[in-house]
Design a protein around this ligand. Structure first.
Ligand code: CTP
Length: 359
């Protein structure tokens, strides 16, 4: 059948693979794989592969829930295939429910772990591998939203990406991670998310989770102020009656009140115990009163946290981007660790290196 018998393609592909990923895996493919069929190249590869196999079923809910499909999934799972539970949501047609292919980032993370577990991936540096095993960490992420009325809020430009990267890297290093978040980004695998919206909600969630934590990282952009009053109905353009009885079309004034400083509250609450380790972020722009770094140092002293990650922000810097440039400051040290421009995952890795040192 083959002219060069040392190179049998339908066998070689599976034999040489470090990982086989079937995404999407249809109901039909799951059935054929479960019964060991080998009538095309993909099923040939699955029969010859001895490496980890990841399958991500994606199909309509009825097909996924059918006992035949569920039995096939059980069979494959028993044989060591990593079958990723499908996401729930809008399917190809108008229907929605379980059966969606999980987001690529989530599948990527699962594949990365399978490769790491099997020893095929470049191992994490020895200092980082499992460095946070047994540690409980809390990360806050995203910008808070302070409601004015049912349709409007005061917000800021934080996307939450840096906080998610911190959570992802901590989980990859073995920590138990709680992510207190205002952001709708996909929650990294192995991370527990606590959704919040306002600074007050974030404060109570972070405080509750911090009680059991070894580390708290405040990567969220917390609003310093919130509207003093919440209007239960939509504020209209004509929001009142003028002195002469006509509709008042002047702009309404919005009174603000201060929000609690969550970070400073954590430092105060731990007293002299030094636990948990508290990490702050500082979004700074240089101005007439000082450089980005000078503002950072002053903030570290003012907040009393252990580590302050200072990043320079501006219209084109940091917000929503995948890359970041930061300066990491430590309480009681003059040294500055400059990181970047680097991916937010690389920045997260550098921050966890510093924190691991403190732990
Ligand atoms: N922070 C907080 N609670 C607030 C405001 C900020 O916990 N109400 C945290 C942020 O999560 C971040 C750090 O404090 O980790 C610094 O935030 P930043 O807004 O830069 O500091 P502020 O104290 O608000 O100082 P500034 O006057 O520069 O806004």
């Amino acid at each position: 059948m083959w002219s060069d018998i040392t190179e049998v393609p339908h066998v070689r592909i599976g034999q040489e693979a470090d990982l086989v990923v079937v995404a999407p895996a249809t109901a039909d493919l799951l059935a054929r794989a479960a019964t060991g069929q080998a009538d095309d190249l993909l099923t040939n590869v699955l029969l010859t592969a001895r490496c980890p196999v990841v399958m991500a079923p994606a199909m309509h809910t009825e097909m996924y829930e059918h006992p035949a499909t569920q039995a096939n999934i059980s069979t494959l799972t028993e044989r060591g295939v990593h079958v990723v539970p499908p996401a729930s949501g809008r399917l190809t047609g108008r229907d929605s429910g379980p059966g969606r292919l999980p987001e690529p980032e989530q599948l990527f993370e699962i594949c990365r772990r399978e490769l790491e577990r099997s020893g095929a991936a470049a191992p994490a540096p020895p200092a980082a591998r499992g460095a946070l095993a047994g540690r409980r960490v809390v990360v806050s992420a995203g910008g808070t939203r302070e409601p004015l009325d049912p349709v409007r809020f005061l917000g800021n430009r934080s996307s939450g990406k840096q906080g998610y990267a911190l959570a992802r890297v901590a989980a990859a290093r073995g920590a138990e991670v709680v992510l207190v978040t205002t952001s709708g980004l996909e929650v990294p695998a192995g991370v527990r998310a606590v959704p919040v919206e306002t600074a007050l909600q974030m404060e109570s969630a972070v405080r509750a989770e911090a009680a059991e934590a070894d580390v708290v990282v405040m990567a969220a952009a917390v609003a310093d102020f919130r509207p003093a009053a919440y209007t239960g109905h939509k504020i209209k353009k004509t929001h009142g009656v003028g002195a002469d009885g006509s509709a008042d079309e002047s702009a309404p004034a919005v009174a603000l009140v201060r929000n609690p400083d969550i970070l400073a509250g954590l430092v105060a609450a731990r007293g002299g115990s030094g636990s948990p380790v508290v990490v702050g972020f500082a979004a700074e722009t240089g101005d007439a009163d000082g450089s980005v770094l000078e503002h950072g140092r002053a903030k570290l002293a003012r907040k009393g946290c252990d580590v302050l990650v200072v990043n320079e922000v501006g219209a084109d810097l940091t917000f929503g981007k995948d890359e970041n440039t930061v300066h990491v400051l430590r309480r009681g040290s003059e040294a500055v660790l400059d990181v970047g421009p680097a991916t937010k995952d690389a920045v997260a890795a550098a921050v966890w290196d510093v924190v691991t040192d403190l732990l």
